[in-house]
Structure formats: structure tokens, C-alpha cells
Design a binder for this molecule. Structure first.
Ligand SMILES: Cc1cc2nc3c(=O)[nH]c(=O)nc-3n(C[C@H](O)[C@H](O)[C@H](O)COP(=O)(O)OP(=O)(O)OC[C@H]3O[C@@H](n4cnc5c(N)ncnc54)[C@H](O)[C@@H]3O)c2cc1C
Length: 919
């Protein structure tokens, strides 16, 4: 038997050159015996022993059907949960194919922890659903105990900021009825007597957290699913996916091949864990994940540990899971081991633990529960797990192949997220959309140029793994996988002090820094794998300053940009926008169906509109500009017959919008083309009272209200270059966007900056856009406007052609909502006290929590914090205007409530005078 401290000594002796992880010094320990090499999972029962070993050789556990409505590939947590939820939705003839036996991939050796609170409202709901399934539903349905243990969870805060983060989680938990308590060190000691609390600021205790059992969970899921008509076939590896091309040239799933026969099916779900990449390749689908070793060790018995909650010590990057009368100790390292050659022969397998890597956790574990120093290690559990570039799963229909869904890449959270994600995936398959807003998990959140870029996937997945336990700060940015997509102004703006943000692979301006340049440097893996860690460089330094829940030190720099825009003019480079053309004989029919607003105006018009799903949820918002037909192609318009529209959509939503539009065109068989010109065109936007005077000096066009009214566009010359000018605003000012071919961007920009100097024109970035747009009450897709929000709930009824008779996608759902009354409504709030808010704060109305903040920022012109969130009536009735107006509101931030004023109209320029040039 080795003990944790002896293990540490062993490693110290054998690896003398290993440098400690930043911030954690190894104690000088004398050489000692090496650690245990015993590998075994700590579960009483696994499915490895459930059948005899020769079963695989005998072939599939059941005969294969010739057809199936859905084939789920993989019998781990995700496959079983998806099958169960498909069956619950009434899908008959769904089949799960497992290469070996259920759980034999990663699931059998999971630690199985379930924590209910995460800094995302959607994730909190997904986790709550898993908890309901394993703690209640499955037992009710099957009579089997899943092995769920509710021993509670304890998050450790070793710094004030960490405690602030936990308090944010506590406020969000109130919205969803999740009990949690911030405990002092003394209270923590009383709850967990074996814990060292000397160095604690406090803890967050969540009594209804717990632990899942993999075999019990998957057996119950399979039993419940088969009772509802689904089939589970083990010992049946999938060897190929057949694809057909339909009459419109669209690739669709046709069948699944195995050595034992073929199953015809229109729908496949790839739940193959670390093998999902291989299954994707069978279908020509890119699956951006990497496989890594992930581990925990199981201790010998510890007197007094029974019934203790599970512990997450984020600052030490370590967790302590209760394992009967012992603990499992695991965590996230800065140098995880990549599993380079994923073997398809690996079933119920474990790797040898690399103690050099794992030792990083030992000191933190011993520090937190000192008795561990003298406790032996019974066994080690090191298995494969898949990790993705942003530490979020990969879900939804693959853009490359209709009928091929992903349910993989679970980043060591596939047990706790399994139920919620299985439910959403089932809904996605059956109804065409998940019920919740799953954009953060949707494969379409990544640009297609990145999803098979191995360096990008590897770097980003490494950083996301290494930072898994880091505080989630509102304005953090990745350091890995940067500079993948840059626009023609990149170098120029960098030289002018631009501090970039990364979205969708693009580098876009965040804000401008007066003291020198701040380039993003190549990724240093935080010093792992022999890379030299960069200690002090401008971008890293500025980013570190963002690591706060207070106003960052450069708050004033963003303020200057905002006030310049309101008082004179600001130049925004928005080149990362998605820019598409929708053209062809059926383009008008397609536009009528796709867009909630009436875009069939004369050529030259530009319309702000939403795109909806059949539930009336908002799949995107964009501007649609009707084009005059032209036989000649130019960089600013393709040649087309029939009708043509130019679509401009926020860059972070570009792939999502592209895929949504493409799927609708395919499903409705519209004869038109969608052309992506995002990389060919740049987008400059000059906004503010002085914008007209500045632009007039550079553009060969009359910019008067009569000649160039709001919401119109024209091809004009700017500094001698042909551009498409649009009179529009994302910030609530008089202003124009110039959509220019790549080579024209820099000369047009330079001419504008020269002309603007005397008018006070400044460069401004997206941090200013965020503040200015919230001040004006403009929505931001995927923050205060999402796929689970209807435009009526979001106060965007003006974007819906409900008064016309034109049918459009989502119309019926909106009409139903209108008839029944809105069950939720987006409200704006202002807070008089100068307190920063970022979203997730709880909204109180007359002493009851009625919602949470989706988006918040500081508005510099009104000099107040602004917040937007949806509220409900706790009685369950519609949220009437009377209900809204009769309430007294407060916003709870980190456990403290602040009085707030509710606004149905934007508090800034409520009559929209400024966009019309009325100052
Ligand atoms: C050490 C460790 C600790 C963890 N701790 C936690 C935790 O505390 N909480 C938590 O929520 N998560 C945890 N996880 C993560 C969690 O266990 C995984 O995310 C989850 O089990 C993954 O499930 P899955 O269904 O995606 O993959 P898997 O369980 O790997 O299932 C995929 C299945 O697909 C099958 N398959 C592959 N190829 C084919 C093919 N061609 N045909 C048919 N079948 C195929 C495989 O045999 C396998 O059974 C942990 C992971 C590890 C490694």
C-alpha cells in the first residue's frame, strides 16, 4: 500500500527536474517507496463482470433489425440517456448499437459527481434534469435503484474573488430553487471536521448535490428505454455510415453498417465518446475533440469521512469525492496527456497512472484534508475522456450531413450533463430543435474552417482543460488558438492600440489601449510540454486585469470610446460579421418564409429582422438588404436571376445562421443559392452625431435624410472605392456602415480617420458596442435574445409581420403566444448604485424571485448599470403590463440586493431620435 505522501515522495525522487505548477510549491520530501500500481474502479458492480468475456466473440446480443427510426452509436452515459429520452418522446424503433458492452468506454470508470450550480442558466437546468432522472424518474419507472447518493457538495474558496464567484452561483440558484449556503470557515469545519479551514475565505454548500453510479444509471436507462420499445444491441461495432445524396444534392444519412448486417435509417446519433472522431470520419463529418488521459486515485478507509459532502477545491484544481468510507481524489492538470492513437480495442480499459502528472493534485488534497497524508492509496483510475476547444459538448445536427447528430465531447461532465443533454438531443431529433437554448453546445457554434484544424483544436482543448477550475470571469478571453481569422485592418488597428477579442475564430476589436500595442502571441501551453511560459507581455497583462468581478482598470478607456460615440463619432471595425447573399428564382419565397419581418421592400431597403424556429424561438437576428437584379457579378453582389438579398449577421452567430438558413432552404426545397462572402468583404461603421459630416467628406453621395434615409443602402464610392453603404446603427446613433471589398478596407478606413480627426472621430471596439447597445435597449443574440425566446417576449414584435397574411416560420407559435398572453417578458432595469453587473443576477419583484439577468453592462451616458432579463409571474399567469408596472424590483448580485427601476422602453433616447439624425 502506498500513501499519498509516499506517492509524492516517490515522484519527487524519480523526477527531480519536474518544476512545480505555478503557485504551488512541492514540499522538499525525502525519497520513499513508489506509489501503488493497482488499477481498479471503486464501484461495487460494473457491467464488465455482468457477462462472460466470450460474449463479444459470439456477436450481437440481439438480431439486428433491418430498419430503425434512429440509430444511437455508443452505450455510455450519453447513448443510454439519448435512447431513453427518445423512447420517452414516443419514438418507436430506436436502436442503440454498442461496440462492446454498455458503459465499457469512459462511463464505467467515471467519478460520477453531480454539482448543480454552474455559471450558466441553461447548464443549471440541464443538471437539474439529470438529477431528476437518476434520483427519481428511473427508479419510479423501473423499480431499480440507480445508485444515486445525495451527500451534498462543497465548493472551497481560497480567495475573495472565488467566494464572489460562488455568491454569483448562489444568486442564480435561487432562480431555479437550488438550495445553497455560503459558509464561514467555522461553519465549514463544523460540517466537515476533517477539513483544514485555516486558509479559507468561505465555502458554498449545496446539500442536494450528489454522486451517480455508472452501471446502475445505464442499466436503469436501458431497462426503461427497452420497456418503451427501444432496442439495445451490444457487441456490435458500427463499421460504416451510408450516405445518400437527394434530388437537391443534399447529403443525408441512409444506413449504418456493421459486420453483422446493415440497418437502414434516416437518423444517426454519434455518442461514441473518444471514438466519436472515428465514427464521424465514417460519415465525412468533422468532430472537433481530442482524447486525453483523465484520472483519480482511490484512498484506503478514512475514519470519520463517512457521509461527508463531495468537495471541489477549485483553487487547488482538485476534487475529493466521497467513496463510501474513503475518498477519490482527482483534478485538472496543466500538462494532461493526450491519447494520440485512440484504439478501438479499448473496452473496460484503464491506463497506468502517470504520477508525474498526477502529483500536482496531491499537495492540494493533503492541504485540504490533512489526514490524507497518512492515508494509503488503494487503486488508481486513469481512463480516456474527450475534450473540446471550449470545454463544452458537441451536440446537434452536423452541418455536413443531414440526419447525423452529435452527442459527444463531454469534457469530464458527461455523467452529470447526460440526462439534460440526452433530453435535448432527443427533442432536437424529434422536433427539429431542442427545447432549451443549446447554442453553447451546438456544433454550429464553431466556424467550419476550424472544426478540422488540428492545431486549433489541440491548443484550445488544452487551455480549456487546464482552466477548467479557473474562476469564470465575464471578460476573459482564450490565449490558445488565436489569430486564426484576421481581417484587412488587423495590423493597422493593432498599431493603433487595439486589444483584440476572439469570436468564432475571428480577432475582433475589444477596446483601444492608449499605451502601445498588445499583440496576441503564439500559445505557450502555460509552460507545459517543455514550452516556455510567457510571464509578462502586454496582452497577457491586460487580460489578467480583466480577471475581476469589479470594474476593470480600463473601464475609463471604454467610457471614452462610448462618450466619443455619443458626443462626436466612433469608428467600429465589424468586419467579422457574416455576410451572405441569398439569390435565385425562389429567393423571395425563401426570404418571406425565413424572416419574421417583411423584407419584400423595394431594392435599396434594409430591414432588421429575426429568424425563428417552429416554436417561435429566435434562431438569429440580422439585417436583410434587398438588391436590385444585376447580370454582372461584382465583389459587392453576385449576378443573379429572380430576387436577391444581402444578409449581415453578427460574426459569433454566423455559422449558426448559415446552417439554419441552409437547412430551411433544403427542407422547403427552395430554388436559390446562399453564398458566403464573409471573408471577401470588410465592414466599417461610423456612428455618432458627427458621422454624416465625416462620411460626407469621403463619400461621393448625398447623405442627407432625403437622399439617404435610415434603413436604406446604396452602392457608392468612398475614397474612390466602391462600397455598399447602409444607414443603420447598432448603437443608437446617426451612422452608416460601409461594406467594402477586402482590398478597399484599409484605404477607406485611413481616409475616414483622416477626415474624422477634426470631428473627434475615435476608434472603438466591441466592449463599447456592448455598452452602447444595451444603453439603447438593442438586443444581442445569444444573450438577451436566444433560441428559447420569442421576439414577442423580447419586445421585438415590430420585427414580426403578424399584421400581414404572409406565412413565415414560427408564425403559428407566435399567434398562439399572442392569443394566450406572454408567460415571460424581457424587461430592462437600471440600478442607481455604481455596481458592476454581468448577467446571472437574480431579479426580485415584491419580495419574490421572478427571473434572472441575461445581460448587463454599464451605460456611460446615463451613468448607470443596465440589466436585461426575462420575468415571470410566480402565479403562472401571463405577464401583463400591469404586472410589470405594479412591481418593486431589486437585482441580487452576489447575495446583495440593489433597488432597480424597470423599463419597458430604453431609458436612453426612448423616441429613437438620434438614429434619425435628430440631436
Ligand atoms: C477519471 C474520470 C472522472 C470523471 N468524473 C466525472 C464526474 O465526476 N462527473 C461527470 O459528470 N463526468 C465525469 N467524467 C466524465 C464522464 O464519465 C464522461 O463524460 C462520460 O462517461 C462520457 O460518456 P459517453 O457516453 O460520451 O462516452 P463513453 O462512455 O465512452 O461511451 C461511448 C461508447 O461508444 C462505444 N463505441 C465507440 N465506437 C463505437 C462503434 N464504432 N460502434 C459502436 N459503439 C461504439 C464505446 O464502446 C463506448 O461504450 C469523468 C471521466 C473520467 C475519465
Amino acid at each position: 500500500m502506498a500513501s499519498l505522501s509516499r506517492a509524492l515522495r516517490g515522484v519527487a525522487a524519480t523526477c527531480p527536474r519536474r518544476s512545480p505548477a505555478p503557485g504551488r510549491a512541492l514540499r522538499p520530501l525525502a525519497a520513499g517507496a513508489g506509489p501503488t500500481s493497482e488499477k481498479s474502479v471503486p464501484y461495487q458492480r460494473t457491467l464488465k463482470e455482468a457477462q462472460d468475456a466470450s460474449a463479444a466473440a459470439r456477436g450481437p446480443s440481439q438480431p439486428l433489425p433491418s430498419t430503425a427510426s434512429v440509430v444511437v452509436i455508443g452505450g455510455g452515459s450519453l447513448g443510454c440517456q439519448t435512447l431513453y429520452h427518445l423512447a420517452k418522446l414516443g419514438v418507436s424503433g430506436a436502436v442503440l448499437l454498442e461496440r462492446e458492452r454498455l458503459t465499457s468506454g469512459t462511463t464505467w470508470h467515471t467519478a460520477g459527481l453531480l454539482w448543480q450550480l454552474r455559471p450558466s442558466d441553461v447548464e443549471v437546468e440541464l443538471l437539474a434534469h439529470t438529477r431528476r432522472v437518476v434520483s427519481r424518474d428511473l427508479e419510479d419507472e423501473t423499480g431499480l435503484h440507480t445508485g444515486w447518493i445525495q451527500n451534498g457538495g462543497l465548493f472551497i474558496a481560497s480567495s475573495r474573488q472565488r467566494l464572489d464567484e460562488y455568491k454569483r452561483l448562489m444568486s442564480l440558484g435561487k432562480v431555479y430553487g437550488i438550495e445553497s449556503h455560503v459558509l464561514s470557515p467555522g461553519e465549514t469545519k463544523a460540517l466537515y471536521p476533517l477539513m483544514n479551514v485555516e486558509d479559507l475565505y468561505g465555502t458554498l454548500y449545496v446539500p442536494h448535490d450528489g454522486t451517480m453510479d455508472p452501471a446502475g444509471t445505464c442499466t436503469s436507462l436501458a431497462r426503461a428505454a427497452t420497456a418503451r420499445g427501444a432496442q439495445v444491441i451490444e457487441n456490435c461495432p458500427v463499421t460504416g455510415i451510408r450516405v445518400r445524396t437527394d434530388d437537391f444534392g443534399v447529403r443525408r444519412v441512409a444506413a449504418v453498417e456493421t459486420e453483422f448486417g446493415c440497418i437502414q435509417t434516416p437518423c444517426v446519433v454519434n455518442c461514441a465518446g473518444v471514438w466519436a472522431g472515428a465514427v464521424g470520419r465514417m460519415a465525412g463529418v468533422k468532430v472537433p475533440l481530442v482524447a486525453m488521459h483523465h484520472a483519480y486515485v482511490v484512498t484506503e478507509r478514512i475514519e470519520g469521512i463517512q457521509n461527508m459532502p463531495n468537495v471541489r477545491d477549485h483553487d487547488a484544481s482538485v476534487y475529493l469525492r466521497l467513496q463510501g468510507d474513503a475518498l477519490s481524489v482527482g483534478g485538472y492538470e496543466t500538462n494532461p496527456i493526450f491519447w494520440e492513437e485512440v484504439s478501438d480495442k479499448f473496452a473496460f480499459g484503464l491506463f497506468d497512472l502517470d504520477w508525474d502528472v498526477f502529483t500536482q493534485h496531491i499537495e492540494g488534497a493533503i492541504n485540504r484534508v490533512p489526514v490524507l497524508e497518512k492515508t494509503g492509496i488503494k487503486s488508481t483510475v486513469c481512463g480516456p475522456e474527450s475534450f473540446t476547444p471550449d470545454h463544452k459538448p458537441l451536440m446537434g445536427e452536423a452541418p455536413e450531413l443531414r440526419g447525423f447528430f452529435l452527442g459527444c465531447g463531454f469534457n469530464s461532465a458527461g455523467m452529470m450533463l447526460g440526462g439534460g443533454c440526452g433530453q435535448q438531443l432527443a427533442s432536437w431529433i424529434v422536433h427539429g430543435r431542442p427545447e432549451k437554448d443549446m447554442h453553447s453546445y451546438d456544433i454550429r457554434r464553431f466556424h467550419h474552417s476550424l472544426t478540422d484544424h488540428s492545431r486549433w483544436i489541440r491548443e484550445r482543448s488544452h487551455e480549456a482543460y487546464a482552466k477548467n477550475y479557473s474562476v469564470v470571469f465575464p471578460h476573459d478571453e482564450p490565449l490558445a488558438g488565436r489569430n486564426m481569422r484576421t481581417d484587412p485592418l488587423h495590423e493597422e488597428l493593432l498599431a493603433r492600440g487595439c486589444v483584440f477579442q476572439e469570436r468564432h475564430g475571428w480577432e475582433r476589436p475589444g477596446w483601444f489601449h492608449a499605451q502601445g500595442t498588445a499583440p496576441v502571441l503564439p500559445y505557450d501551453y502555460y509552460g507545459a510540454y517543455g514550452h516556455r511560459a510567457r510571464e509578462d507581455y502586454a496582452y497577457g497583462r491586460l487580460l489578467r486585469q480583466e480577471h475581476t468581478f469589479r470594474f476593470p482598470p480600463h473601464h475609463d478607456a471604454i467610457k471614452k470610446e462610448c462618450l466619443a460615440c455619443r458626443g462626436a463619432a466612433a469608428m467600429f471595425n465589424m468586419s467579422y460579421f457574416g455576410k451572405f447573399y441569398l439569390v435565385g428564382p425562389d429567393a423571395r419565397k425563401a426570404a418571406d418564409w425565413l424572416f419574421s419581418a417583411d423584407v419584400s421592400r423595394p431594392p435599396g431597403s434594409t430591414v432588421y429582422t429575426c429568424m425563428l424556429n417552429h416554436r417561435g424561438g429566435t434562431e438569429g437576428d440580422l439585417t436583410v438588404s434587398r438588391l436590385a437584379p444585376g447580370p454582372q457579378a461584382s465583389p459587392l453582389a453576385p449576378a443573379f436571376e429572380g430576387d436577391g438579398y444581402y444578409l449581415a449577421v453578427g460574426g459569433a452567430a454566423a455559422q449558426h445562421s448559415w446552417s439554419h438558413i441552409s437547412a430551411v432552404l433544403q427542407d422547403r426545397k427552395f430554388r436559390c443559392q446562399l453564398i458566403d462572402s464573409s471573408e471577401d468583404l470588410g465592414l466599417l461603421s461610423v456612428q455618432g452625431p458627427a458621422s454624416r459630416a465625416i462620411l460626407q467628406e469621403v463619400m461621393e453621395a448625398d447623405l442627407s435624410d432625403e437622399a439617404f434615409p435610415f434603413s436604406t443602402h446604396k452602392l457608392v464610392r468612398a475614397a474612390g472605392h466602391l462600397v455598399r453603404a447602409m444607414r443603420l446603427s447598432f448603437v443608437g446613433e446617426l451612422g452608416w456602415e460601409l461594406h467594402a471589398p477586402g482590398p478597399s478596407c484599409l484605404p477607406v478606413y485611413q481616409a475616414l480617420m483622416t477626415a474624422g480627426a477634426k470631428h473627434g472621430l475615435v476608434n472603438a471596439g466591441y466592449r463599447a458596442i456592448d455598452s452602447l447597445s444595451i444603453e439603447k435597449g438593442y438586443r444581442q443574440w445569444h444573450a438577451d435574445l436566444r433560441a428559447d425566446d420569442s421576439p414577442l417576449e423580447a419586445g421585438l414584435a415590430f420585427t414580426c409581420k403578424l399584421k400581414s397574411s404572409i406565412p413565415f416560420l414560427g408564425r403559428e407559435a407566435l399567434e398562439k403566444q399572442q392569443a394566450e398572453g406572454l408567460r415571460r417578458r424581457l424587461l430592462g432595469f437600471t440600478v442607481d448604485q455604481k455596481v458592476p453587473m454581468f448577467g446571472l443576477e437574480a431579479i426580485w419583484r415584491n419580495g419574490q424571485v421572478v427571473g434572472h439577468v441575461r445581460r448587463a453592462d454599464f451605460g456611460f451616458t446615463i451613468n448607470k448599470t443596465l440589466a436585461y432579463g426575462y420575468i415571470r409571474d410566480p402565479s403562472g399567469g401571463p405577464v401583463s403590463l400591469d404586472f410589470v408596472k405594479s412591481g418593486d424590483y431589486a437585482l441580487e448580485r452576489m447575495g446583495v440586493t440593489y433597488t432597480a427601476q424597470a423599463h419597458l422602453k430604453s431609458p436612453f433616447d426612448p423616441d429613437n431620435k438620434r438614429v434619425k439624425g435628430i440631436y
